[in-house]
Design a protein around this ligand. Structure first.
Ligand code: ADQ
Length: 473
């Protein structure tokens, strides 16, 4: 096995579902934040990406994608069920998102979580060069930093959590809370989206493990583990460039015509997930139609919701409820040739997404809780014309950086209705000023700035050299 000086460890490999017989694979911009964010960074970077190829059974042999060597980790059916669908997505995911759905606890899920984390750590130990940097991603792999450190004390280990890190009252509900914290503390740098998350982590290190901790570092035996906030971003240049392309603008015009040339278009783009507030948003929209504040023909909602994690009953149920509500709204308010909601479950390529962002008068991003939310940032990057309003949940990490958005508490249905109307009725000059301020922020904080901040904090000696590779355009 060839070794690398930069190793990324994430639950999934960033590849499409169809492998050619020779093992070649397509690099996928899957509808999901982690691979969207890392794609533009790593495309031209000599690195190894360790992850699951997305199907149970033996790991397939995979060809490199661009400069990135893919190193698949096998997972059995049972492990997929207990590790991925179970501990990661039915225990940790809901708990980390304010327990908006009840977290589920099963003791046998922990065994699979530990076993799979160990397998990932062993794979990383094998492919990391002496003195390499290993960058572990997200809540599926919280034990990897510590397991890897035991195997390879020479490597630098970074951990980044893409989702929120909850307050101690919630985290302490976890039966394996101490092991999870110790797992993360195997890293040299633990990064979060928001400063509040780093604060929560420090508090837990003190109260649960009795360690000496501040919001910037934790002392573990004779080591210092640094912690901090590194709000993730997007490839701003890519999205703003796409959104100015003549074919994309023509497509946006075509989309508006296909929608029946309504006066206003509301767009929402989410993974189908109960954290994204899709049901609350649909309900607010229905009530505005009932109240006569909005009228079909004048206003239309385009809701994109790509299903995933469908092995989990809760996700299948959510999809059923969303589809029932869409059908209800269209049944009650639609007319032949004039739908109230256009509902799409397909993944789109980047130009189509850019066209959707350009057609939106309001982009509605109203999660109940979200680590960051890249869709909000993509919309801002796409609006070089400074038109369009962003309706943004206070509970998305992005709200901290984009205070000029129309901020809303999605749990407050009346507030949601009121703020959606405000965004729809915004004065163009006001909307343009808000958009300009948000664009200014993004301009200085794109995905490369994020990688730069993280990697130089992780390694002040070799960081700059890695950075030159990772952040090259
Ligand atoms: P996600 O929960 O997946 O990410 P988000 O940040 O919005 O949420 O990223 C979704 C990505 O998928 C976006 O880049 C979007 O363009 C893309 N996408 C959505 N629908 C699509 C479709 N139909 N076709 C193609 N692409 C689509 C997690 C956390 C977030 C955090 C990110 C990154 O939950 O809070 O922002 O990781 O850290």
């Amino acid at each position: 096995m060839q070794q690398s000086s930069l190793v990324v460890v994430a639950n999934h490999l960033p590849i499409g579902g169809n492998l050619a017989p020779d093992g070649t694979s397509r690099w996928r911009r899957s509808p999901g934040g982690l691979s969207s964010a890392l794609h533009p960074l790593l495309w031209h970077t000599p690195a190894t990406w360790i992850g699951w190829a997305g199907r149970p059974g033996a790991a397939p042999a995979l060809a490199d994608v661009g400069e990135v060597r893919l190193c698949p980790v096998p997972m059995t059916d049972e492990e997929m069920h207990d590790h991925y669908e179970g501990f990661a997505n039915s225990t940790l995911w809901p708990l980390y998102h304010d327990a908006v759905e009840q977290p589920v606890h099963h003791r046998r899920w922990w065994d699979a979580y530990l076993r799979v984390n160990r397998r990932f750590a062993e794979a990383a130990a094998e492919v990391a060069e002496a003195d390499a940097t290993v960058w572990v991603q997200d809540y599926h792999l919280q034990l990897v930093p510590r397991l890897l450190r035991e195997l390879r004390p020479d490597v630098r280990i970074g951990f980044f959590l893409h989702v929120p890190f909850p307050p101690p009252e919630l985290f302490t509900q976890l039966p394996r809370r101490a092991e999870l914290l110790r797992g993360m503390l195997g890293a040299d740098l633990v990064g979060f989206q928001l400063a509040q998350a780093a604060h929560n982590f420090a508090q837990l290190a003190t109260t649960l493990l009795g360690l000496e901790a501040t919001d910037r570092q934790v002392r573990v035996d004779d080591r210092i583990v640094r912690i901090g906030a590194f709000p993730i971003s997007i490839d701003v240049a890519e999205m703003s460039g796409l959104a100015e392309r003549p074919d994309v603008l023509a497509r946006a015009a075509q989309l508006r015509a296909d929608l029946g040339n309504p006066r206003q278009v509301i767009v929402a783009v989410d993974r189908m997930d109960y954290t994204k507030g899709i049901e609350q948003r649909l309900k607010a929209y229905r009530e505005l139609l009932e109240d006569g504040e909005l009228r079909v023909g004048e206003t239309v909602l385009v809701q994109v919701a790509v299903p995933g994690r469908e092995g989990i009953l809760r996700y299948r149920r959510l999809r059923e409820r969303v589809e029932r509500e869409v059908a209800r709204i269209n049944g009650e308010f639609g007319r032949v040739g004039d739908m109230a909601v256009h509902y799409l479950t397909q993944p789109f390529d980047r130009p189509e997404l850019a066209a959707l962002y350009r057609v939106a008068d309001v982009l509605a991003v109203t999660p109940l809780r979200d680590g960051m939310n890249l869709v909000a940032k993509e919309f801002v990057a796409a609006r070089g014309d400074r038109a369009g309003a962003l309706l943004l949940s206070e509970f998305a990490g992005a709200a901290a950086e984009l205070p000029q958005a129309y901020l809303v508490n999605p749990h407050d249905l009346d507030g949601l209705k009121r703020t959606l109307l405000q965004a729809l009725r915004a004065e163009p000059a006001d909307a343009a000023a808000r958009m300009a301020a948000m664009r200014e922020r993004l301009h200085h904080h794109d995905i490369r700035a994020w990688a730069r901040a993280y990697l130089s904090a992780l390694d002040s000696r070799h960081g700059p050299e890695l950075l030159a590779r990772v952040t090259e355009e």
